[in-house]
Design a protein around this ligand. Structure first.
Ligand code: GTP
Ligand code: MG
Length: 194
């Protein structure tokens, strides 16, 4: 994908603050620190359009980024960060769920998982819920630069066994090496029609 422009549009906690649903959107969900914001920077080839951090819990709002003036990438807060204040944690679930439920122009979602971790109950629950809503979803295994290519493939096979998903449902991705970037854009193009 040739990136001509990428810009931050706005942050929101509720539907009234979202931009109008005039462009197709694709969003990124996953545990805190899994690499959602870094993935967006990698996709738009910008080092720090989206703020990232070694400390989990960096993204706390629904953030909208307009790409090539024709579609938006939407960065969501991460779930499962136990150290976040309880009231913040309580707010995040509904914020993420509210966006997914309320957004008519949401064309697909990436569910990110660190390639070094097993699928946990939360991912299984989210996946089941997305499938029940007929939301197109791709599983992205992040930080693959921490693994050799063959170890990465072995992880995919193990996760196929664990989840019953097909190998083609997984995308191996690294923001460091840009592995998977073109696959991701291809899927975004097919979902959004851009
Ligand atoms: P929250 O906003 O807290 O939910 O986190 P996030 O999912 O947006 O993660 P973020 O992109 O902020 O990255 C978290 C940490 O992981 C940072 O220190 C990144 O540099 C690192 N990271 C992200 N992607 C990769 C990757 O592909 N490879 C490696 N080695 N590190 C990565
Ligand atoms: Mg983030």
């Amino acid at each position: 994908m040739h990136i001509r422009s990428a810009e931050f549009i706005t942050s929101a906690v509720k539907a009234a603050q979202y931009p109008p649903p005039d462009f197709p959107e694709v969003a990124f969900v996953g545990r805190s620190n899994v690499g959602k914001s870094s993935m967006i920077n990698c996709l738009v080839q910008r080092k720090s359009l989206v703020k990232t951090s070694q400390t989990p819990g960096k993204t706390q709002l629904v953030n909208f980024f307009l790409v090539n003036e024709c579609m938006r990438l939407v960065d969501l807060p991460g779930y499962g960060y136990a150290k976040a204040p309880k009231d913040v944690q309580r707010q995040w679930g509904p914020m993420i769920e509210g966006y997914i439920v309320d957004r008519p122009n949401l064309c697909g979602l990436f569910l990110l998982m660190d390639i070094r971790r097993d699928v946990r109950e939360e991912e299984e629950r989210i996946l089941e819920w997305l499938v029940s809503r007929r939301m197109p979803v791709r599983l992205v295994l992040t930080k693959t630069d921490k693994f050799s290519r063959s170890a990465g493939m072995a992880r995919v096979q193990a996760l196929v066994k664990q989840t019953g998903l097909r190998a083609g449902d997984f995308i191996l991705f690294s923001s460091k090496t840009r592995q998977g970037r073109e696959d991701v854009w291809q899927w975004i193009s097919s979902m959004t029609g851009i």
